[in-house]
Ligand binder design. Structure first.
Ligand SMILES: [Fe+2]
Length: 265
């Protein structure tokens, strides 16, 4: 690879201006050049130093950069085996509970659905437990966490929604979808409605202010219509909301919080 030639077809003034820009670019770069005082005038010897750098620089000399993805937000989704059979039982059971209990969905902290012994609930509890361990494995945790899971049922009838929120005092939070009605029959008077969908929001405040076209991380909202039988799991700090149900068929789900008990070394 030939060395860069910065000397041809340039006046000495042009070259000096160009070299100044190179100095500025490289002041903290992988080239390992000495720290450069960004406030001119330059120090004696800088011209000689830069001439030597430019004469000997090969682009292949650049150190290999290292990249780290800091503070990623892990959203886990999976479809549970046996979901069709379980949902056929869970949907009427939870709808009956909702009919007989005032504010069942709102008073979620009063509930402990995983304390029930119904086989469909036991099945779901075991699936959630396994999902949490898989989530921990993806995090490369060096120990097997011990945790409690507190769950509650959600029934969103026509017009119901969940406003923007997160789940304090928990490590992970999740939702299992029992019944997600098709929203296509809903009458919509505007095009930006997303009935029945769940939205998650970028936990980095105002990070989208640096939006760059084709940067896959700048959209502050991730929105999705869950499928019945799917389980979502995410860090509890993550803000999310559920858009209104606009059809008569209820949207039914079971949400839960994962609370760590203690670290097992
Ligand atoms: Fe939630």
């Amino acid at each position: 690879m030939a060395a860069l030639d910065m000397t041809s077809d340039h006046s000495s003034e042009d070259r000096e201006e160009h070299e100044s820009k190179i100095v500025a670019c490289n002041s903290n770069s992988v080239l390992g050049t000495r720290p450069v005082n960004m406030s001119f005038p330059r120090q004696p010897g800088d011209d000689v130093f830069m001439s030597e750098v430019l004469r000997t620089l090969h682009m292949t000399d650049l150190a290999r950069p290292q990249f780290e993805r800091l503070w990623p937000t892990l959203l886990m989704t999976l479809t549970l085996p046996g979901a069709d059979q379980a949902n056929a039982v869970l949907a009427p059971m939870l709808l009956a509970e909702d009919t007989g209990a005032e504010d069942m969905t709102v008073r979620y902290l009063d509930q402990d659905i995983f304390g029930q012994s119904h086989p469909a609930i036991v099945w779901l509890r075991q699936c959630c437990h396994k999902a949490v361990l898989d989530y921990a494995a993806e995090l490369n945790m060096s120990y097997r966490p011990e945790f409690d899971i507190q769950g509650w049922a959600n029934v969103n009838r026509r017009g119901d929604y969940h406003n923007l929120h997160n789940h304090p005092h928990s490590w992970l939070s999740g939702t299992y979808y029992v019944q997600v009605p098709n929203q296509s029959p809903a009458s919509r008077n505007r095009s930006d409605l997303n009935p029945g969908e769940i939205s998650f929001f970028d936990p980095r405040p105002q990070a989208n202010m640096n939006a760059v076209r084709d940067d896959g991380q700048f959209n502050p909202e991730y929105r999705r219509l869950p499928m019945p039988g799917e389980l979502f799991l995410w860090p509890s700090f993550l803000h999310h909301l559920v858009h209104p149900n606009l059809v008569d068929e209820p949207r039914v789900s079971i949400s839960f919080n994962v609370v760590l008990k203690r670290k097992v070394l």
